[in-house]
Design a protein around this ligand. Structure first.
Ligand code: FAD
Length: 371
């Protein structure tokens, strides 16, 4: 059995680890030229679903590495008014000392790549596939081809594997845009930040749709490239942010960050001081997209996992967790414990439940425009 995985993202890497540990021949093809290609460091919440999947697929040494590079566990989600009056709080129980409740995407991917050097090909952009006999020929943008028994599309929300397998699949634009930023955790930031901002995810909202969320990334062991930071994310529709998509996506990082500064100008002074302490060059914009339904694909050697098949809003903190769940279930299917058809059916039900929950949360949090 030879498995070709397109995409060395969260789900593709976890699947590769699970298959390699089970002795399956596996290759991962990643479009990015290297693991340090772009700024990908931002905080991702991991819940019990993701933790359980990681324990199922990762060899113990790799799992230890993930635990070491994860953040110190946070136990709080809270909401504040722009003047920092606390509106609500929810406290979550934290497991034992090895508990993983959030990760930095870059540090996490580096940890999960442990031992996969011979397995991942960087700078390898998938172009198309053709089912040949019982297997599949995989074609790349550089003109090369590979043959595998199974092709896994783990190539994220813009998946080309999905575009060929499920041409009618629709990704909806929610109308909500985010500007992500990083506030390096200098002593002054640690001293001025409200205690809750150092404990968990805190939303500061003016009303539905416009807000800035803060969440700490306090590493157990930081990556070589950077240290602890406070993630700050502004969300709003294009009209609330006051600029078109063309303008938003053409803006420089510092122009994006000055929009955040403008938004919080009349808010509690500490919010403005935190925004001022950010690394403005680290800001980047994101359009929030989701699916609303997905049809099963026909039986055969091509399957999907993660955002490629169930892209969802980040409003339930579930996308990465669901991709990890998929990776664990697909490992079982490809190692003979279950079948590819049962993986597909179980995964679609589980993935769509997460999409629906994310949409429901999104409707409460944002001014969604999903056609
Ligand atoms: C800012 C932000 C915050 C988030 N926060 C959370 C959170 O708190 N909790 C949570 O659970 N989820 C969160 N998510 C969602 C989470 O990041 C995704 O659901 C998760 O990364 C999906 O994993 P994946 O492996 O399916 O796809 P990705 O991680 O997107 O990986 C896809 C990979 O495929 C590669 N690729 C794409 N096209 C090709 C091609 N043609 N050829 C070769 N390679 C290709 C890409 O370069 C990429 O490396 C967040 C997402 C964002 C953007």
């Amino acid at each position: 059995m030879k498995v070709a995985i397109v995409g060395a993202g969260i789900g593709g890497l976890a699947l590769a680890q699970g298959l390699l540990a089970a002795g399956v021949e596996v290759r991962v093809y990643e479009r990015d030229p290297s693991p340090v290609f772009r700024r990908q460091g931002y905080r991702i919440h991991i819940g019990p679903v993701g933790e359980e999947a990681l324990a199922a697929v990762l060899p113990e040494a790799v799992r230890r590495r993930v635990i070491e590079t994860a953040t110190h566990p946070g136990d709080l989600v809270a909401g504040f008014s722009p003047q920092l009056d606390q509106l609500f709080e929810q406290i979550y129980p934290v497991g034992g000392p090895d508990s993983v409740t959030s990760i930095d995407r870059y540090a996490f991917r580096r940890a999960v790549m442990t031992g996969l050097d011979e397995v991942i090909a960087f700078g390898k952009e998938f172009a198309s596939y053709e089912v040949v006999g019982a297997g599949v020929e995989v074609r790349f943008a550089d003109g090369t081809t590979e043959v595998a028994d199974v092709l896994v599309g783990a190539d994220g929300v813009g998946s080309r594997v999905r575009a060929q397998l499920l041409p009618a699949f629709k990704v909806h634009d929610s109308g909500v845009r985010c500007i992500y930023g990083k506030i390096p955790m200098a002593e002054a930031v640690r001293a001025m930040a409200p205690a809750a901002f150092l404990r968990g995810l805190c939303f500061v909202n003016e009303g539905v749709g416009v807000g800035v969320a803060f969440a700490p990334v306090l590493f157990r062991t930081p990556p070589a490239e950077y240290g602890d930071y406070l993630m700050a994310v502004m969300t709003g529709t294009a009209s609330q942010l006051g600029l078109s998509d063309a303008e938003l996506f053409a803006s420089s990082a510092s122009e994006l960050w000055s929009l955040v500064r403008k938004q919080v100008a009349d808010w509690h002074p500490v919010v403005g001081e935190l925004v001022d302490a950010a690394d403005a060059s680290a800001a980047f914009p994101i359009a929030l997209r989701t699916c609303t339904s997905v049809k099963p694909w026909p039986d055969g050697p091509v399957v999907l996992l993660g955002d490629a098949v169930h892209p969802m809003l980040p409003s339930a903190g579930a996308g990465a967790n669901t991709a990890l769940w998929d990776a664990a279930r697909l490992t079982s299917a490809l190692t003979g414990a279950t079948t590819l058809a049962s993986y597909r059916d179980e995964m679609l039900a589980h993935g769509m439940a997460a999409v629906t929950e994310s949409l429901e949360n999104g409707r409460r949090m944002f001014d969604l425009r999903i056609e």
